[in-house]
Design a protein around this ligand. Structure first.
Ligand SMILES: [Zn+2]
Length: 182
């Protein structure tokens, strides 16, 4: 599913990885089988345990159902056998139930880009955007230097807090800075 139009009108996109509003659920009826199989592989005498485990884990998605949460109204959508089942929350203060268990400490991404020529859909030439769970500023500006300075300022701050997985800065499509957590 690439997107869902929520009953509230909000569009839930599924166009990238590490989405804070997407998750997987496994039926309790399958969970025991899952751990039994893992244990069986670990304890087996098979000389190729690693590839057995890899094959098994690759099939993991067959045992799970995808769930999305609307960031605007909190409705949950469970995808099961190509059908979507919608669940409405009792209150609207639970919009982050599908976030990482690491909560604000989850390691996220920092992207920044500035282009002399902006696309039709862009309001500004540049942006700095942090995809993290902790509060963080984002910047939109036509000013190239403001984007560069803002990127390095936010980069140092997030890196110091230990909440970065990778960071990237591009100017006119050229890679200026790249960092990833080892
Ligand atoms: Zn909604």
């Amino acid at each position: 599913m690439s997107w869902i139009r929520c009953h509230c009108g909000y569009i839930i996109h599924d166009s990238s990885d590490f989405l804070s509003y997407k998750g997987s659920i496994m039926a309790d009826q399958d969970e025991s089988d899952f751990f039994d199989r893992v244990e069986e592989i670990i304890k087996s005498d098979n000389h190729d345990k690693n590839s057995l485990m890899c094959d098994f884990l690759c099939k993991l998605s067959y045992m799970t159902k995808t769930v999305y949460q609307c960031s605007q109204c909190g409705r949950l959508y469970v995808e099961s056998e190509n059908e979507l089942f919608c669940f409405t929350p009792e209150n609207h203060n639970n919009n982050g139930v599908l976030k990482s268990v690491d909560n604000e400490n989850w390691k996220g991404f920092l992207h920044a880009e500035w282009n002399e020529k902006k696309s039709e859909w862009q309001e500004y030439r540049g942006y700095v955007f942090a995809d993290v769970n902790c509060p963080c500023e984002s910047i939109e500006s036509d000013d190239r230097q403001e984007i560069i300075d803002g990127y390095y300022r936010i980069f140092e701050k997030l890196k110091k807090s230990g909440v970065l997985r990778s960071a990237i800065l591009k100017i006119n499509k050229e890679l200026i800075h790249e960092w990833s957590f080892e």
